[in-house]
Each structure stands twice: as structure tokens, then as C-alpha cells.
Design a protein around this ligand. Sequence first.
Ligand SMILES: [Mn+2]
Length: 567
Amino acid sequence: MKKYTALFIILGFLLFGSAADLSAETPGKSEPKAIIVTPPAPKFTDAERQTELARRRIEVFKRMKPNSIFILRSAEPRNYAGDVDFYYRQENNLYYLTNLKQNGATLVLVKNGDKNQEYLFLPKRSPQAETWNGRMYSNEDAQRISGLKTIVEASETQNFLQAVKDKKPFTAKDGTSIAVAAENTYFLLPFTERDADGMAEFRRENEFAKSLAGYKTENARPIVDDLRLIKSPYEIKLMQHAIDITTEAQMRSMAMVGRAKHEYEVQAEVEYTFRRRNADYWGYPSIVGCGPNATTLHYVESQGEVKHGDLMLMDVGAEYDHYTADVTRTFPVNGKFTKEQAEIYQIVYDAQEAAAKLAKPGASFGQVGDAATEVIKDGLFKLGLITDKNSDQYRVWYMHGFGHWLGMNVHDVGNYGKPLQAGMIFTNEPGIYLREDALEYLPDTPEWQTFAAKVRPVFEKYKTIGVRIEDDMLVTNSGVEWMTRKLPRSIAAVEAFMAKAEKEVSLAQAEREINPAFAVFGFSQSNLPENKFGFVFPSGKTVRQGWIWTGKSATLSGLNHVHLHGE
Ligand SMILES: [Mn+2]
């Protein structure tokens, strides 16, 4: 009998106890969840999309010289390894003007005097190709998506290019004729021979343009770059969606980080959310760095431990319909900033605020960034991490730029000299990084060594802290809109959010081991001895994980970094 009594008590406890717990954990209307689920994706009708794309093409025509021809080719597939390619991604400008993702397509814009004509070369559907690689566009599909009316089979592209070269009329097998009596040709081209990215991306265009005689060849990139710098309401909706997906991913990470053991588990939460919300992909490899790893700007290994007491820095961005977000949050693993972490964080936060206050139509991007820099200098000086505000000392701790244009490229196209204008979107992303070896790699001059000796005692208190906060800002008619505003940012908001959100994400207990051999040392061209910022490094030892800065110049990489670009 005793046994049964005990059983009933337990049963009763389970029944009533769990019911009570359930009501406590299932918020009613009065208690919304902390994590904001991504709203439905924006939807456009065929007519809305066609009107938008036609408008963009008209803007290109307006900027083309009379009697000119613009030939825009789709991206080439990029090899991953052996017979495997990377996931295909259309060239941004072709996508911007057509919304077509087809490999092997070419857009031709012909301006004869004031008359504009548009042609699309499109591969013919092939049952065999479709069996292996999926459905291709029919002509009707391509017309419906892009609004382009005249379509020529892509098998005739080479004949057409030859006709352009020979300055002869081109008539396709279906009778479509294209006038090539142009004086000017436009292609997307590298800006200079040293533009390594452009040389790779526009290789075929560059080679073809160089083979032409009797034309004035123009680079079309300034035209499309100018257009893409100002986002239309249509584009802003897509950008907002990419940002909302990223916001949810960041929120879920903040909710589970306290229970993660390794960085890759947190990265998995981000990329799970991207895929779950049907993002195309990420816009750039996720940066998920905990503790000292937060001080490596482009840290991508994700093999480090997640430790209570450390900060986690997450710089991640979902890409949706070719538009990418770029959002960084830095938060304490255990949900509570230490005094030192909070001091550094608050400086970065205040720097963002100062920049945002200045940002409005007419302001220059440089001035806005300078406002952030002044706050960082002041803050570092007050803490004793620099001794001279009128020097470059702050570049030891803030070595990248304030921000960059954001759009189809994470570092989007556009002239940084232009005054801000409604419709521009940029990132506001100051940061402070106290690498544990920073003082060991200063130049061997009396000035720098005196600096090192003076700041070392303070540095010891803050070392290994890395903080970046990055928000995506839309310039409006009167100022800026924080497109990332739903994501907690102030110290109080982050701590309150983490306490509340923790129970909203369950963490799968995965195999929690790492293979040290997975460690990656750097991932981009800029790590090569001669990097694109103009440094020439002596060949030799690898100094730091993630970068191949060598010797004494390592700490001062920020001095020569292009100031306008962020990370
Ligand atoms: Mn960025």
C-alpha cells in the first residue's frame, strides 16, 4: 500500500507539476517569446518584378553613350575539386538586370541613337542536361521572370561575338538580327591590371574586350556600381529579409551559447537557421570566435572551445535572393559581461551611436566613420590603452575601417566619395581587439617601445577581449534606419535577452570532439605575402593564426588598411 501511495504522489506531482510548468514555459499573448521568428519572405508579382527590372535596364541605357553595345555574360562555374563545382551563383550585375540564374546566358543591350534594344542569349532546354542538373528555363520562363522579350539560342553566342569583332551584321537562325554598328562597347572589366578580384571574375570579358579593334571600349562597372549603390524599395525589402533571417540566427545563438562546448556548434545554429528560413546561402563565411579568437578579424576555423567568462563574437550574414546581411554581435557566453568586457563594449557601442547620429543625406561616409573613431580614441585614452589621442596608436586596437556599402556583395560596389543619399545601405561596425601578443609585434622604435611599456599594465587587464558590433543602416530622407534594430545591442538589452531566450532553444547533444588537424590558417587571397592593401611581406614564418602578417609590422596592419572598409 505504501508503494501505491508513493506512486500516486509521484503521478500526481508529474501530472499537476508538469501542467504547471507547461503553463509557465508556454507564454501566452501577454508574454511574447524573446526570439523573433523571421517574417514571411517578401513576394512580388510578375508585373512588379518585370517593372523593377525594366526600370534598372532603362537606367543603364540612360548612362550608355549613343551608338553603343553592352554585353553582359553570366558567371562561369567555379571549381571546388575534381569534377565538383561550387554551388553556382549568378554574376551580380546580370542578376540585377534579369533575375535569371541560368549559367550560359548573355544579356545584350544595344543603343542606336535614342533607340534601345534588349536581347537575351539563353541555352536551349535539354532533356539530358535536365536529367542530371535540374530544370532549365524555357523561353517563356525567362521572359516571364526578366521581362525581356527577344530571346536567341545561346549556341549562337560565339557567332554573335564574332560578328561584333568583325563589325558585321548578325542574324540568328530564328531571324533575329542585332545591329552591331556601334562605336562604343561596354563590358564589366577589372579596374586595373592589379585588380585581382576583377581579373578573376571578368576574365572572359577582359580577354574579349582586348581582342576588339575599332571600338572605344568602356568599363560598364561605374554605371552599374552607381545604380546598385542606391537601393530601390524592392531591393530594401529583400535586404530586410536577409537581415531578419540573420537576426533570428544571432538570437538563437545567444540563446544556446551558454550550453555549447565548441564554436562549431554555435556556427551550426546560425547556418541551420539560414537554411531553415530558405536563405540562398551565407553572404560570406561565418565568423564565430570565442575568447581570444574574437580578436582575429576573419576567424573561420570554429574549432575553439566556448568558455564561460569569455566573449563570443559572431559576424554572420544570410544571403537571400542575392542580397546579403552583415551583422555582428559580441556577447558573454554566460550571459553577463565582466567589468572589463563591459568597458570595452560600451566604447564600441558609443562609437556606433556617434556615427549613426551624423549619418543622413548629404553627410560624407568619411565624416560618419571619423565620428566613430573619435569615440574609440577617447575611450581607449580614458582606459589608458593609448597615451596620445593625436596619433595612430588607436590603430593597434582598432585596425579596420568603420564600415562599407552593403548589398549583393557583402562589401558592395559604389563610390565611397559620394555624399550619403536616401536608399544607400552601409554597415556601422567599429571594434576594439586586444590581441594577447599585440605588444610583442610593435615596431622596434623608441616611440613604440615607450608606448608598449606605458600601456602594458592596463593591457594586462583587458587582453584577449575582442569586441565588434555591426549594424546595417539604411539612409532615409532624414537620417538612418537601423535595419538590425530588432537584435539586442546595449549591454542591458543583451543580458536581459540572453536570460529570457535561453529556454527557447534546445541544444542537440552532438559529438563534441574536435580534430586539431582541422585548423585552417587563413582563407583569402589577402593572406598571401603580397596582399591587396599594398604590403609586401618578407616570406617566412607564420606569426598568427588566421593571418600571415609577419614580423614587426604585424600589429600595425591597421595603419595601412583601407580606412573606409570594415570587416
Ligand atoms: Mn561588415
